[in-house]
Design a protein around this ligand. Sequence first.
Ligand code: NAD
Length: 417
Amino acid sequence: MITIGVPAESPEEPRIGLSPETAKKLVKLGAKVLIRSDAGLRSHFSDEDYRSAGAEIVAADADAVKPADIVLTVRRPSLAQVQAMKPGAILIAMLDPYSDADGLQALAKTGASLFAMELMPRISRAQSMDVLSSQANLAGYKAVVDAAALFERALPMMMTAAGTVPAARVFVMGVGVAGLQAIATARRLGAIVTATDVRPAVKEQVASLGAKFIAVEDEEFKQAETAAGYAKEMSDEYKKKQAALVAEHVKTQDIVITTALIPGRPAPKLISKAMIESMRPGSIIVDLAVERGGNAELSKAGEVVEHNGVRIMGRLNLPGAIPVNASSLYARNLLAFVEPMIDKKTGELAINWDDELVKGTVIAKDNAIVNAMIAERTGRAAPSPIAVPEANTNNGDETQSKKNGAAKRPEPKGGKT
Ligand code: NAD
């Protein structure tokens, strides 16, 4: 019988990698599921919920980790926790594989097999395991809701006997998973929405959500999407044209949500200080790319910066601000990945190391880093600029941005052992 262990996350992380729903399914698959007492509380999953699902509640993290064949976490756990794992056991988490190379190397040396969910290949078969999408979608939603809460005016147009309240104008920059949900949410709230991206493929998606697409649509724009479906770093000439267009547009906007990311690169700077100064007091910018350096010039990770009456929100871990949904979806992502690892007949751990999804996500095995790009990084003493292969680079959600976020990102804290 396979044992799955879930320790508590660090105090900074409200999400958890096991929901009562996924616990029940894992138990049904024949697994013994151990979860640290109160580990799901911040997602409003009580010990009783887990117990009813068939899981066993344990008093300490070590009790969940030591006997486990598979340990499930949200963030990279502490070295002590990984050291406590039994030989050959596997850890599946959002391991933030491109930051704190030394820390990762130390985890690899423990002999545990480490899987980074952020590296899941973005192929149809793996859609149900795509943690970047599941979390980015929620981040996009939360960005708009947070902006609406801070905005001191209404979003929808209201025609009242006392006069008309105009609809707010929302501009979404970067239309990946987070951006699409931001557009949809802002539309539902009745805002007039415009959006921009450098990838032509999103033009139709923007229109289908009832928003207007604006972009510099030159020859370079037509080539901006990579084979993997991501954006390329644009030329200086394009950036200039884009900045001119954005400068004109931003002046008239009430809320700007920025989500623009380029795999393996710092976030592109799209909103300059001058642009912020051109906005009306009371306007809001939510910078979802803040953990990768930010799309707005004045944004600061974890802070709301006010400049000339414009507030720029750089809140971290937006999916963690809606932990019930974020944990439920993340736990389902993990379940979908773990299920094929359990032998249906014997109920034992049976990993197919040749599987594309396993090969894509495993970063350490048998005391060594096995992912070439990460191995190269762990050879360096200090955190260095991100360098990742396009096809296998997943970043995007705010969750992920923090994952690939390199030096700027706060280091994950260890869980309680
Ligand atoms: P992302 O987080 O890497 O980037 C967010 C958006 O920012 C992207 O749309 C990107 O084009 C845009 N951007 C980059 N530079 C910009 C700039 N200078 N100006 C304006 N916008 C800029 O993206 P993501 O959310 O991870 O999604 C990337 C792609 O992957 C999308 O096409 C998405 O549909 C696709 N995807 C595929 C799968 C799958 O097949 N399983 C799953 C999820 C996403």
